[in-house]
Write a protein that binds this ligand. Structure first.
Ligand SMILES: [Zn+2]
Ligand SMILES: [Zn+2]
Length: 424
């Protein structure tokens, strides 16, 4: 009796193991080594001691993996909405290529901390492409600009974005004024930090009506733009081609003919997929009229996302721009699946795609909450103290006397680094 039971248990464990193993492989989650499930199957008899070797991870740990020369890695650094929430920053996508190039597509509200979590030296994060000028697509540009300069970007931040239908609605106008808004911030750093990262944005504007026109071509990478239909004239989407791979980043849009044509056969195609209308009414507290207008006319409804992807047929379709919760994910998926049955990722922050010609692997990144800035890649340029803007006599006259308690820190650092720094 006991023996029969044991046989049954062993048989069902073996069956489950096979199912789990197959699921893992069908899901594209297989690691480099055999993994725990594989070892369970392989073992003729249980090992006498518990294993001491590592197993392949099924998550992405930033700064822990080489990128192959023919590989792209895409990281979702923001997938949410203009309404800030802890779980999802707004639109931001970090693309890394095997040739070393890195590009940021959109830098929406809250995304700078997700970028920081990837531990990439800021000198390499100097190229940003903006789909349009809603804050959920460029609201953290100031944080990336100042924080990046402080943490080792020793060059200007380059930004590509569309011209508007008037100069005031264009990217250059927005960024010139954002730079002006940072006047006090930047003035307060003069003479104290390496000044090279705080130069004005280097903006390249292009015609939003350009259809598949090249807006960037360097180092084997070609980026084109296509128009989008969203709120006003001006928004665009981007198409990146490199090394035989095609990546498409769709900004906000009503489904449009340019995306249908030029995103075709992409290896990975991102397109917005908005919160379903019933949730806009009950959760977002939109009026029914407002929900219909915003959820289906200004943006792309899930069913329309599916229809678009059935036309484009990418190797991987990526949906974003909805609050992805336990009770919204299923309904969004069901709505998409009424019109599309191909490969699909419902994006959330920290989702990672590794893309080669043979494989697309989808995982989540596990990040370090306690992350510090990565090392600078160049020696810092010492600031010119004469560039410092002095306090007024009135303000400096308000200093409390702390020289005695601060001096030991000066002594310690001067001794350790061979300096002769003095207190102000
Ligand atoms: Zn928008
Ligand atoms: Zn948006």
């Amino acid at each position: 009796m006991i023996t029969t039971k044991r046989v049954l248990i062993v048989a069902s464990i073996a069956f489950m193991a096979v199912m789990l193993y197959q699921w893992g492989h069908l899901d594209g989650r297989e690691g480099k080594s055999s993994g725990l499930i594989g070892e369970l199957i392989a073992a003729e008899s249980p090992p006498k001691v518990s294993p001491v070797k590592t197993r392949a991870r099924d998550f992405y740990a930033p700064n822990s993996e080489d990128l192959r020369p023919d590989e792209m890695r895409l990281i979702a650094c923001g997938t949410g909405m203009p309404t800030a929430r802890p779980k999802q920053a707004a639109s931001c996508w970090l693309l890394e290529l095997g040739n070393g190039d890195k590009f940021i597509f959109d830098v929406g509200t809250g995304s700078a901390e997700r970028i920081a979590a990837m531990q990439i030296p800021y000198n390499y994060l100097d190229k940003v492409f903006l789909s349009h000028l809603h804050t959920d697509h460029f609201g953290d540009l100031d944080a990336l600009f100042v924080g990046g300069a402080l943490a080792g970007r020793q060059k200007p931040l380059r930004v590509w974005g569309p011209k508007g239908d008037t100069p005031e609605r264009g990217t250059k106008y927005a960024l010139d004024h954002l730079f002006k808004a940072l006047t006090w911030d930047i003035a307060g750093r003069a003479g104290i930090t390496d000044p090279r990262g705080y130069q004005p944005f280097e903006v390249t504007e292009f015609d939003y009506k350009g259809v598949n026109k090249i807006i960037y071509q360097e180092n084997g990478v070609t980026i084109r733009s296509i128009p989008a239909i969203h709120s006003l004239d001006g928004p665009v989407s981007f198409i990146v081609e490199w090394n035989g791979l095609k990546f498409v980043f769709g900004g906000d849009t009503y489904p449009n003919k340019w995306y249908a044509k030029y995103a075709k056969d992409a290896d990975l195609a991102i397109h917005e997929c908005f919160v379903a209308v019933p949730d806009l009414i009950t959760k977002f507290k939109f009026t029914p009229q407002g929900a219909l207008a915003v959820g289906t006319q200004i943006h792309t409804a899930p069913e329309a996302f599916g229809k678009m992807m059935s036309l484009v047929k990418p190797r991987m379709a990526v949906a974003y721009h909805f609050f992805k919760d336990f009770d919204t994910t299923g309904p969004i998926n069901d709505r998409i699946r009424t019109t599309y049955d191909g490969p699909l990722s419902l994006a959330e922050d920290y989702m990672v795609w590794n893309i080669t010609k043979d494989d697309i692997r989808v995982r989540m990144a596990i990040y370090d909450e306690d992350v510090w800035p990565p090392p600078a890649t160049e020696k810092p340029q010492l600031p010119d103290p004469s560039a410092r803007i002095p306090y007024s006599k009135f303000i400096v006259g308000g200093k409390s006397d702390m020289k005695d308690v601060i001096q030991p820190t000066y002594d310690e650092i001067n001794k350790k680094y061979g300096l002769s720094e003095k207190q102000d």
